[in-house]
Design a protein. Sequence first.
Length: 161
Amino acid sequence: MGALAPRKLTRREKLNEPLGRRRADQLAHLLGMDEGMIFTPTEYQCLIAPGDPDRETIFRCMYNLTNSIGNAAIPLSSYGLNVTEQGDVRSVCAPCSPCILFNDLFGGRLAEICEECGALGKLLRVETETPFGQFIVDGSPCQSSGGPACLIETTCAGNGH
């Protein structure tokens, strides 16, 4: 998974730079994803439809993970942070954060929602054909024991690995 980790910043103007379609496609390919796994606009709108607390959790987690320079006044997602509705800066895996609550949906409700939205096949493909399961295995212990901060050391040049 080290190949997917961000590279060392070499130019300040690259900080919070939008990924861009070409690099996003490359990353998707490295993750084993293809066009058949991408939600259509209709499926996505169904997944985040207002009025359902679980769908609100999905929306908030996705927003917190993508609040980059393209859709937020304060881009913090590349640091694993977000700004709460109260204006506090928190880790995206802080206790009771939307992404921690999203983890609770994996046991069944997420599949139910995807089925309601006509996207269950896509979810199942992501679960079986990508490193998705390994990300959950690696991230869950950190998220559940890391307290207010969840830091996992990456393997990269210069950190002794």
